[in-house]
Design a protein around this ligand. Structure first.
Ligand code: SAH
Length: 232
């Protein structure tokens, strides 16, 4: 899968994408991440990417032209018809926005099946609305709060998709029984060594005994009970 990220702050992604599962997925060529710096698509000496909004109001918004040019560099055939940015086969162009469709696990699963996902990161006060009106398939919000930019939202989206790509997790069974808030499913509680952990104020925190019993049937029963409890 290929993920294109259009951003005014490309360095934000460096450390996150070079660690752990995302780094491994890139090395295994399950995922290729292409970061496009908005300033590379400007036409003036100052590399201007943002301007004050028409009609007044606080702050700056990202301009339409650098975003358009960045998109054209990915989808050159849209030069003759701007409508070609949208509704492409196994491809989506997404704008991060607090006004967008709420991101959740089912969307992550849908995105993980695409060939190409292109994510546009807004910043400052937002993005010229001609971008969402004309170039993108959808706007996506990662929650009911306002971030300072779409970069953190993009990291969340890329992370959640990457672990769904076949071969990216050490053990594919990790994807089974996972929490899915949308479906009301919650993973059972899990523990590891030591069996008894003693805090500095001498409290003993122990592991449920059944998990140490080796009785797999009973353990499964306990886990089902525990995850049902968490779902209520
Ligand atoms: N003034 C805008 C908010 C701009 S926040 C408003 O009131 O709607 C700046 C940028 O951060 C946005 O363009 C978007 O790309 C990103 N962003 C902020 N909150 C977000 C969220 N909850 N989900 C996804 N992206 C978000």
């Amino acid at each position: 899968m290929r993920i294109n990220i259009i951003t005014a702050f490309p360095k934000i992604f460096d450390s996150f994408f070079s660690e752990s599962i995302i780094s491994r997925a890139q090395k295994k060529e399950l995922l290729s991440i292409n970061i496009l710096n908005l300033r590379d698509f400007t036409y003036d000496n100052h590399q201007t990417i943002d301007m004050r909004p028409f009609g007044g109001g606080p702050g700056m918004i990202l301009m339409v032209e650098p975003i358009y040019k960045a998109l054209l560099s990915i989808y050159p055939d849209a030069v003759n018809d701007v409508k070609k940015f949208r509704n492409r086969d196994r491809n989506k162009i997404v704008l991060t926005s607090p006004k967008g469709r709420k991101y959740h696990q089912t969307i992550a699963m849908d995105y993980s099946k695409l060939d190409t996902l292109t994510i546009i990161c807004g910043h400052y006060e937002g993005v010229d609305s001609r971008v969402s009106e004309n170039f993108v398939d959808e706007e996506v919000s990662i929650g009911d709060f306002i971030l300072s930019g779409g970069e953190a939202a993009t990291i969340v989206i890329v992370d959640s998709i990457t672990r769904l790509l076949p071969g990216s997790l050490g053990n594919p069974n990790s994807l089974m029984h996972e929490t899915d808030q949308q479906k009301g499913i919650h993973e059972y509680s899990q523990y590891t060594r030591p069996q008894k952990f003693i805090t500095k104020d001498k409290k003993t925190l122990s592991v449920p005994k059944i998990l140490l019993s080796g009785n797999h049937k009973e353990i499964e029963k306990w886990r089902n009970f525990d995850s049902a409890k968490a779902s209520n």
